[in-house]
Design a protein around this ligand. Structure first.
Ligand code: ZN
Length: 98
């Protein structure tokens, strides 16, 4: 009888026991989780569209708008943001005039 065979067997048994315990633990965790989730709703779902990113200021009317919703003119450091195309057109017209 080889010692190696015994080690392999013991390791196999340990592995199976571990898997069984993990399975049972998962079952109990699932049960307790289901019981506790009835009182506290899980998951974070914000209503409405997510307003992400930074706010930018419309130089024409002074309104602050989210960068994602703003109308951008130019790029990089020289980029200018507007709340609407109307403001953008007025601003560009004033710049052309000035
Ligand atoms: Zn504006």
């Amino acid at each position: 009888m080889s010692a190696f065979g015994w080690i392999v067997r013991i390791l196999a048994v340990l592995l199976i026991v571990r898997l069984v315990f993990r399975f049972l633990g998962g079952l109990f965790q699932g049960l307790s989780g289901a019981a506790s989730s009835t009182s506290a709703p899980g998951g974070r779902q914000a209503p409405g569209p997510r307003v992400g990113g930074r706010l930018v200021r419309d130089p024409q009317c002074g309104t602050h708008v989210p960068e994602a919703n703003a109308i951008r003119v130019g790029s990089g450091d020289t980029a200018v943001y507007f709340c609407s195309t109307t403001c953008r057109d007025q601003w560009s017209a004033a710049r052309r005039a000035g």
